[in-house]
Write a protein that binds this ligand. Structure first.
Ligand SMILES: CC(C)(COP(=O)(O)OP(=O)(O)OC[C@H]1O[C@@H](n2cnc3c(N)ncnc32)[C@H](O)[C@@H]1OP(=O)(O)O)[C@@H](O)C(=O)NCCC(=O)NCCS
Length: 167
């Protein structure tokens, strides 16, 4: 019987969640490469998309990054992470990079993590929470998980590119 526990980040977790992020984003990166084309995708990710995602997660874990990080554990195994921050002046919080291990998705782990983020934000006096995600098919699980967690107010945005070497 699995029991999900949400806890604070420990320094020893950092490399594991950086690897998890790279793995969890693989379908999203594959979709973006297909949509953008190889050249534009490579131009946008000069260090490699998985490496850049892992680096973002490592950065969020640094003391002084302004982000907080929570870990989801299933019987002692790390199965997810979520980064978030709070702006006490505006009372708006934000969820940043978050992922669930590809083997453990679709079981409500993300929902458990978001609920703990909400609890902590409320304790800090935060009223609203923002999360940004893609409107593309590869982000459908993320949109569904956010909507299930009560993110019902939305502002869709579009990212355009133009190839200047194409007349
Ligand atoms: C987003 C993510 C963290 C959600 O984690 P999770 O623990 O699987 O989330 P939940 O189980 O709480 O909910 C996922 C929901 O998406 C649904 N879903 C899965 N694949 C889907 C798809 N292709 N289309 C639509 N919904 C989908 C699941 O069925 C589930 O909804 P349900 O409970 O109504 O059936 C996880 O999918 C992930 O790591 N994705 C890659 C990284 C990512 O996108 N991070 C967020 C970036 S903004």
């Amino acid at each position: 019987m699995s029991e999900i526990v949400i806890r604070d980040l420990r320094p020893a977790d950092v490399e594991e969640i950086a690897r998890m992020a790279a793995a969890a984003w693989a379908p999203i990166h594959a979709h973006y490469r297909q949509v953008l084309g190889d050249e534009l995708f490579a131009a946008l990710h000069p260090a490699g998309a998985p490496e850049e995602k892992a680096a973002q997660v490592r950065d969020a874990c640094q003391p002084g990054s302004g982000m907080q990080v929570l870990i989801a554990e299933d019987n002692g195994r790390i199965v997810g992470f979520v980064t978030f921050r709070a702006d006490r002046a505006s009372r708006v919080g934000e969820i940043g990079n978050n992922a669930v291990h590809p083997d453990c998705q679709g079981r409500g782990v993300a929902g458990r993590m978001y609920q703990e983020v909400f609890r902590r934000l409320k304790e800090m006096g935060i009223r609203f929470v923002r999360v940004k995600t893609g409107a593309d098919p590869a982000h459908a699980p993320a949109r569904r998980a956010y909507e299930k967690a009560g993110f019902t107010i939305q502002v869709p945005t579009v990212e355009y590119y133009r190839d200047l070497e194409v007349p």
